[in-house]
Design a protein around this ligand. Structure first.
Ligand code: PGA
Length: 252
C-alpha cells in the first residue's frame, strides 16, 4: 500500500443546473467543506458556462474549481471547444479528461485524451484522467487488460511527475447505482498502481487513484478505505450538497 496520499473528493456536475443553482450548490459545498474536519482536497467541476460564477463563489476558500473537458490545442478554429489556458484563466485548477461519456459520445481515443492531458499540464491544470471497462469487457475477464491499455495510451510521460490524478470508473457503474465489489475495486486499483510504478517509478507511487461510479453517502466510507483508493469522483451525488459533503466527511 502506498504511503497515505491526500485524498481527493471531486464532484462532476456533468450537464446539469442553472447559473443560480450552480452558485447555490457551490456556496453550500464551500460552507460544508470549511466546517468539515477533513484533510481531503475538494474539487467541483461545473459545466463550462458556470465556471466563472462558481469561481467567484469559491474564491479564497478550500474548494478548488475544475472543468469537465478541454481541447488539446491552445487556440484556433475549433468551434465549441475550450482550451486548457481558458479554463485556467477562469480560475480552474483541475480538468476531468477522458470521461467514458466523452470517450463514447465524442469518440475520444486514448491518443486524443493523451493530447488533452498534455495541454492541461502545460496550462498548469491538474488532469483528473478517467479509465474504466465496459460491462461486456468485465464479463469477458478483460477489465484489467482494458484499463492497463487505456493507461498506456492516455497518460503523457510527465503525467505523474506533474501531479496528474487518475479516476477508475467502470462504465457500467456510472449513474447505475451498481458498483464493483470491494475486492474488485481493490484489485483494479492495485493493478493501476503496479502499472504506474512500472512506468513512472516513484512518481507513480505518489499519484492519487480515485474510484468513480455510483459513489453515495452509503457506500463511500467502505470504498474510500480500500487500499490504493485515494478518493472519489462523484457524479449524481455531487449535485446535492448534503450528499457530497457526507462523502467528503467519509474520506479518511
Ligand atoms: P455517478 O457518476 O457518481 O453518477 O455514477 C460518476 C462519474 O461519471 O464521474
Amino acid at each position: 500500500m502506498a504511503r497515505a496520499l491526500r485524498p481527493v473528493i471531486a464532484g462532476n456536475w456533468k450537464m446539469h443546473g442553472t447559473l443560480a443553482s450552480a452558485r447555490a450548490l457551490a456556496a453550500a459545498v464551500r460552507a460544508g467543506a470549511e466546517a468539515a474536519e477533513t484533510r481531503a482536497e475538494v474539487v467541483v467541476c461545473p459545466p463550462h458556462p458556470h465556471l466563472s460564477a462558481v469561481a467567484e463563489v469559491l474564491s479564497g476558500g478550500p474548494v478548488a474549481l475544475g472543468a469537465q473537458d478541454c481541447h488539446a490545442l491552445p487556440a484556433g478554429a475549433h468551434t465549441g471547444d475550450v482550451s486548457a489556458a481558458m479554463l485556467a484563466d477562469c480560475g480552474c485548477r483541475h480538468v476531468i479528461l477522458g470521461h467514458s461519456e466523452r470517450r463514447a459520445e465524442h469518440h475520444e481515443t486514448d491518443g486524443i485524451v493523451r493530447g488533452k492531458a498534455l495541454a492541461a499540464l502545460e496550462a498548469g491544470l491538474t488532469p483528473i484522467l478517467c479509465v474504466g471497462e465496459t460491462a461486456a469487457e468485465r464479463a469477458a475477464g478483460l477489465a484489467e487488460e482494458v484499463v492497463v491499455v487505456q493507461l498506456a495510451g492516455s497518460l503523457p510521460e510527465r503525467f505523474c511527475a506533474d501531479g496528474g490524478i487518475l479516476a477508475y470508473e467502470p462504465v457500467w457503474a456510472i449513474g447505475s447505482g451498481r458498483t464493483p465489489t470491494e475486492a474488485e475495486i481493490a484489485a483494479m486499483h492495485a493493478a493501476i498502481r503496479r502499472a504506474l510504478e512500472a512506468r513512472f517509478g516513484e512518481a507513480g507511487k505518489a499519484t492519487r487513484i480515485l474510484y468513480g461510479g455510483s459513489v453515495k453517502p452509503g457506500n463511500a466510507a467502505a470504498i474510500l478505505r480500500l487500499p490504493e483508493v485515494n478518493g472519489a469522483l462523484v457524479g449524481g451525488a455531487s449535485l446535492e450538497a448534503e450528499a457530497f459533503l457526507a462523502i467528503l466527511r467519509a474520506a479518511p
